[in-house]
Ligand binder design. Structure first.
Ligand SMILES: N[C@@H](CCC(=O)N[C@@H](CS)C(=O)NCC(=O)O)C(=O)O
Length: 213
């Protein structure tokens, strides 16, 4: 049995952060498919036995179940010593970007893509327009940060970069706009992250793609 199990599904950028980290550190892991689109994460069973918050990802390791991708990334970085921010200043800086990402970058990209691409019927145009405004503004902040740095904290990739990867590799057609074209420093960062040993695309790393017709 593999050392780690990750409850996840292919369309989840939140889960991708954890799956990518497991691959980047060379962990022995296997995915456990969460049938999100059939409502599995909303069932009483999931909430009592897997995650009371009703979310994926969940990392199972040696009797522990960890949730929230930021917590999972921190745990894996501490255990492996890889992608770990060094010292208090870097730890706090990484946490600052992970929170900004969770709330304002991937925190908007995820629901936007869901409403545009998967929801039936698709989301209300006014809601999509609000999200798009927030996405453009927040991606511009990240783009500026990356104009003179290789990675979010500097020359070395950390868990802050793994967090930011969340929804950034899904196809532009799923969003209806091209993140890389609009934000060139993010596009260049994306190539640097892609070149890290162990990188894989979310659709190759987690089960459930393509969705059944
Ligand atoms: N901040 C959380 C977000 C997790 C999250 O929202 N996951 C989605 C799937 S992409 C989910 O399970 N949503 C269930 C729901 O909102 O009902 C993290 O980073 O782990």
């Amino acid at each position: 049995m593999p050392e780690y199990e990750l409850y996840c599904f292919a369309q989840s950028g939140n889960a991708y952060r954890a799956a990518l980290m497991l691959n980047l550190i060379g962990a022995d892991w296997k995915p456990v498919f969460v049938d999100f689109f059939k409502g599995q994460s909303r069932t009483a069973e999931y909430r009592t036995q897997v995650n009371e918050m009703g979310e994926a990802p969940v990392l199972a390791h040696g009797g522990k179940k960890l949730t929230q991708s930021g917590v999972i990334l921190t745990y894996l970085a501490r255990r492996s010593g890889k992608y770990l921010p060094q010292g208090e200043d870097e730890e706090l800086e990484a946490l600052r970007w992970i929170i900004f990402d969770n709330q304002k970058v991937n925190g908007f990209l995820g629901p936007y893509r869901f409403l545009k691409n998967f929801a039936k019927p698709a989301g209300d145009p006014a809601v999509l327009a609000f999200f798009k405004g927030r996405i453009d503004g927040n991606l511009a902040i990240v783009n500026k940060r990356l104009e003179n740095r290789k990675f979010l904290l500097g020359d070395r990739p950390t868990i802050a970069d793994v967090s930011l990867a969340g929804y950034l590799y899904y196809p532009p057609e799923e969003f209806g706009f091209d993140i890389g074209k609009d934000h060139p420093a993010i596009a260049a960062w994306r190539e640097r992250v892609k070149a890290l040993p162990g990188w894989a695309h979310p659709y190759d790393l987690m089960p459930g793609h393509p969705l059944p017709a």
